[in-house]
Write a protein that binds this ligand. Sequence first.
Ligand code: CS2
Length: 488
Amino acid sequence: MTRLSAATLSQVPAGVTVPKYDRSRITPGIVHLGIGAFHRAHMAVYVDDLLARHPDWAIVGASLRRPDTKEALEPQDGLYTVAVRDASGTHPRVIGSILRVLDANTQREDLLALMASPAIRIVSLTVTEKGYCHDPATGELDQRHPDIVHDLANPAVPKSAPGMLVEALARRKAAGIAPFAVMSCDNLPSNGATVKRIVTRFASLRDAALGEYVGKVAFPGTMVDRIVPSTTDADRETVAGMIGAEDAWPIMTEPFTQWVIEDHFPDGRPPFEQAGAQMVEDVEPFERMKLRMLNGSHSTMAYLGYLAGYEYISDVMGDADFVKLIHGLMTEEAMPTLDMPGVDLGAYRDQLLDRFRNPALKHRTWQIAMDGSQKLPQRLLGTIRDRLKANQPFERLGLGVAAWMRYVVGIDEKGESIDVRDPLAMRMMAIAADAGDDAEALYVGLVALTEVFGSDLADNQTFGETVATHLDSLFEVGVKATVAEVAG
Ligand code: CS2
């Protein structure tokens, strides 16, 4: 079978949407760090919609860790398929907005030179929570992070995202070129302000004047939303059958997509609103809503669902007790902490439940369970803090936290080992080993991870009682019985 590429694009069957612009005419205006599946299902699609009329905003992607996306997309001239799936079927579309992909490890200088060039006016990022080398509980740069230590000692050959951004900005400063806007598209709370704080701190550790300069750079915040399960070999086969060519790395996703962007781009931007993005003055309420409602539910379903033997989120949604639990988590515990004038939160919740039910979207609980130590603070713990402040119960959120604690022990209810992926996995396994089968000791050990819980929650008695009680129940009566009990 032929491979998808510029040369074979014209052979794609008529029913498949392909780029409606001349790809030889488009030029890069955006560098995107972290060219994973999410970016290719989200921002790259919005940009693809705009390139016919705004050809100088194409994307050059960069992979900071593994060169797999580069290796897959290079023979395809950057082309790949986004397959939208729901009960009505699979709808493929070929995306052309990514001109090329650079591997930061082997092409670092090319990447920095491009980032420092005047054509690039936006550097966007999806490097996941852990890619910012920060302390998730406080949102501050983790100065002891090995990559940060490395980058401060070797600023011209950075490895980390903050190091790359600051080196490129330093070169622009030296050359008298206006800075690019830095746009984080990761699920961090107040991602614009948070990333600005981290990056500015890193810059000022390099030198004070650079810190001041970076402090004036625009870091527009965003709320990004589209569910993107990992692609499987079966997906590759399905897509090849539909587009009549082999695509080494198609993306499978849902019909829903949302992008809310803080309109702060002093050096210009593509008209993202023409592709359906919402440009707003303050994105924070949207981010909080999405993190607490969607991601908070996701993480809770991921830990409990995995432990209950459910492989996919849609399987979890087939269990009435789980649905009740998640409905209650959103309605009773998360929604009262949100202030969203003009947004119907009940309708938002119902739409989320429908999205979670999508039977065609094979979204693994294990995938969402990854990196919990980096995700919990903004997904569950912030909501819990607000509930504590208001003297309100948070049983379901507390169960979500307990389920994470149960999960990171690394052994499921059948005694099988769990592949726990998390930057703190080694430390958490040691804590679990020390605790043995003592749930209280496990709670005490894990809550002492202040980069996750802060010292306020570690010392909070109500928090401790709620979470430890649920944790005990998870061990004593098991996940399904505990979920049924807490769901009410
Ligand atoms: C998920 C998110 O893997 C995860 O942690 O909760 O990737 C989620 O699918 C997206 O944020 C949806 O926009």
